[in-house]
Design a protein around this ligand. Structure first.
Ligand code: ADP
Ligand code: ZN
Ligand code: ZN
Length: 732
């Protein structure tokens, strides 16, 4: 007995078997292809399921299987390779299949709506129609005329028939006789044009030749090129190659790295159909891009994380820009890494993939060392400017004005007077991270999280940056009614206020998620700045991704110390990446850049490393440390998290899980914890975690499978949620 094996939107990590819809013939059943949608009863609801396979028999007695209700698609929505990728991802990340498919499909398809035809309605002859002898249909001249039109032109639009006074009912008659059929035809041409490109530098040429010269099929290349070395130019050349061969290129960029500037560069180079996929699209726009990629109309697909699952009619190349960026890892729900999924996808399609970065992740460097990835390097900037000159600014015992030392202020003044731009980096938005009472010591804390509230003076509010909670900024201390409330610490709003009074003659631009909320704000800003007039840019991490500010000649990190003391095992790697990327904003045109790092710890080894060694060297030194500690990428890491309104419940759950699983762990795998999460309480929930380390991926996968099946078997506890995170980003 054939059963339909479906992925269903459900938190359970397994597939679900159904019987074919009542009345479906056996031949029709055998013809069903994986990748179609079906409507099926599930519990008391009807839901949309995705066909994974038509199988023989079921683990469940056939008598208790339900019939599927309706088949929604004639042909699969995705091909076997993408289906394979989804199955792999559901298995590797130990995540429910149904949810993985939810990531894949646009909303209207998830809701069970029909595919939306793109293009215009046209008619063509069926094979029966084509076989019609001449002068057939003598009794209906209008029908004969329609047929003869189609014989001449193969495809005829509805409107053309109307011009020949052939009505819809005549067409319907012919359709009923199975002589003609309608279809949606896209006007769009499959042609593209490549516009002029610049001559490559010697280094770029070598890298490009190495990539294009690699043997056909799957190949992963790490392109490690310093900021401004012309990585994007290499992407463009590879894409050109890919399009020439009639294939599509998929380009992934970090969450906020998809700037209009980036897009403009692609559009300038190619007169081609570029589909864009990111979180800011409406459902309809998303569907359109998705469908264009799927039916082959889009030549180039550029998107953020989830675009890695876009169906492609003819994939030829994948590029992951800024491959080290943590936004490629989804931090909730389906916790996949788009970079890693991209590599797997390239392997399944047997196509090349390029990972590019000025500051590659230790994972990718490790893969290069192990010989799994090819390695190309660009060590010089493409433009005439050299690498920026980095200096540490010791601010101990120095007077600071909204975080800025006298020496920094002088350096800024000097650049501005020369007509150049300066960029200040401060990774904390708001006015101040703490509100404190001078009389009694009260501190504003979030009632739902273990965190302090940030003062946002412009909007007169106290806000929690972890749960989003917000309240009016109090005038008086809630504890002692004193009016002596002090904002302690530094945020971008405060520094902006200071700059506006001290640098009156120059424009100041603040760039953070508060000031850049409106659509297009970033674009307007980039346009303004790139006119090149002297100005001060002040911003958070937002400033460091994907933007080109050629006029900036001085970059200063106001509070480097905030980066120094991270407790996460990736802390130093992140710091080196961030500082290198920030520093890379300086001197991208022909003006040499300088970088000043303000710190109270000028002798800290991580500070010194920034001055004396390149990122490439720092990364390799950090990799040695990871080898000693067994942390990724040297070893494997998995974390199980709980989140519960009861403080004890999660810890008990993980403790039981640990006791049940420990005796069965594969060799070398270890459990650590349960431990409270770094921020134990967040949005009213207590959070706890159990860590798993393992020497190999295989052992980690076996152990993760064991933990998941044990966790699923434990009795559900009211309000307790648990999740598993394979290759987590942050753990401590
Ligand atoms: P990256 O992506 O490595 O940061 P980009 O590709 O953005 O670097 O290039 C940095 C700058 O150098 C850009 O303004 C780009 O136009 C320019 N550039 C890149 N390649 C060349 C080249 N071969 N000749 C001249 N300029 C180049
Ligand atoms: Zn008080
Ligand atoms: Zn909060």
């Amino acid at each position: 007995m054939s059963v339909l094996r479906l992925a269903i939107p459900s938190p359970l990590r397994r597939h679900f078997d159904y019987l074919a819809p009542i009345g479906l013939s056996n031949t029709a059943l055998a013809g069903l292809q994986p990748g179609i949608r079906l409507r099926v009863p599930f519990g008391r609801r009807n839901v949309i399921g995705y066909l994974l396979a038509v199988g023989k028999g079921s683990d469940i007695p056939l008598s208790s299987l339900k019939h599927a209700l309706e088949i929604l698609d004639e042909a699969p929505l995705i091909g076997p390779q993408l289906l394979h990728l989804c199955n792999w991802a559901a298995g590797y990340y130990h995540h429910p299949h149904g949810d993985v498919f939810g990531t894949l499909f646009p909303k209207r398809l998830r809701e069970g709506k029909p595919q939306q035809p793109q293009g215009t309605l046209v008619w063509q002859l069926t094979s029966r129609g084509r076989g019609l002898p001449e002068a057939a249909l003598p009794r209906s001249p209008r029908q004969a005329q329609a047929i003869s039109l189609l014989m001449q032109k193969a495809i005829v639009k509805n409107t053309e028939f109307r011009d020949h006074s052939i009505s819809a009912s005549i067409l319907r008659n012919l359709q009923d006789k199975k002589l003609i059929e309608s279809l949606y035809h896209s006007e769009h041409s499959h042609l593209f044009k490549v516009n002029d490109s610049m001559p490559l530098s010697a280094e770029q040429r070598i890298a490009l030749n190495a990539i294009t010269g690699a043997e056909k099929g799957f190949n992963c290349h790490l392109l490690e090129g310093v900021t401004g070395s012309g990585k994007t130019e290499i992407y463009l050349r590879l894409i050109e190659d890919c399009l020439q061969q009639g294939h599509q290129a998929l380009v992934l960029v970090p969450e906020i790295g998809l700037t209009p500037q980036t897009l403009a560069r692609f559009q300038q180079r190619f007169d081609a159909n570029i589909a864009v996929l990111h979180s800011g699209l409406s459902d309809a726009q998303r569907y359109q891009s998705w469908d264009a990629a799927r039916n082959g109309n889009a030549h180039i697909i550029i998107g953020t994380r989830s675009a890695v699952f876009t169906p492609l009619a003819s994939p030829g190349l994948i590029i992951v820009d800024e491959e080290h960026d943590s936004s490629y890892k989804q931090q909730d729900g389906f916790r996949y890494s788009a970079r890693d999924v991209a590599v797997k996808r390239a392997q399944i399609h047997s196509i090349p993939i390029l990972l590019g970065s000025a500051t590659p992740s230790l994972e990718s460097i490790q893969n290069v060392i192990a010989g799994r990835y090819h390695h190309q390097q660009l060590t010089q900037r493409a433009s005439s400017a050299g690498m920026p000159d980095i200096k540490v600014l010791d601010v101990r015992r120095q007077e600071l004005h909204a975080g800025l030392s006298e020496r920094l202020l002088e350096a800024m003044q000097e650049k501005l007077l020369l007509g150049q731009q300066t960029l200040l980096f401060l990774n904390r938005r708001g006015y101040a991270p703490t509100l404190q009472c001078h009389d009694c010591g009260w501190i504003g804390e979030c009632s739902a999280c273990d965190s302090r509230l940030t003062v946002h003076r412009r909007r007169g509010r106290l806000r929690c940056h972890h749960c989003g909670d917000s309240s009016l900024l109090p005038r008086q201390c809630p504890q002692c009614n004193s009016e002596k409330l002090m904002a302690a610490g530094l945020g971008t709003e405060q520094t902006e206020d200071f700059l506006r009074t001290s640098f009156k003659q120059w424009p100041i631009y603040r760039v953070d998620s508060d000031s850049m909320q409106s659509k297009g704000a970033m674009q307007t800003l980039a346009n303004d700045i790139n006119k090149g007039d002297p100005c001060i840019l002040l911003g958070t991490q937002m400033l460091t991704k994907g933007h080109h500010f050629p006029g900036v000649s001085l970059v200063a990190v106001i509070d480097s110390d905030a980066l120094l003391f991270s407790t996460d095992f990736r802390g130093e790697e992140r710091m080196a990446q961030l500082l290198t990327q920030v520093a890379g904003r300086a001197g991208r045109a022909d003006i040499p850049g300088s970088v000043l790092l303000q710190t109270h710890y000028p002798d800290h080894p991580a500070m010194l490393a920034m001055l004396t060694t390149s990122y490439a060297e720092q990364a390799r030194a950090l990799l040695k440390q990871r080898q000693e500690s067994g942390m990724p990428p040297a070893g494997q890491l998995v974390v199980l998290r709980t989140d519960c309104s009861d403080a004890e419940c999660g810890e008990q759950f993980l403790q039981t899980l640990r006791e049940r699983s420990a005796p069965f762990l594969p060799y070398g795998a270890k459990l650590i914890g349960p431990l409270p999460s770094p921020m134990q309480r967040r949005a009213g929930k207590y959070r706890c975690q159990l860590l798993l380390t393992a020497p190999t991926r295989g052992a980690a996968q076996t152990a993760a499978g064991l933990l998941v099946s044990n966790a699923e078997a434990l009795p559900a506890r009211h309000g307790l949620k648990w999740s598993i995170d394979i290759d987590p980003q942050n753990v401590f």
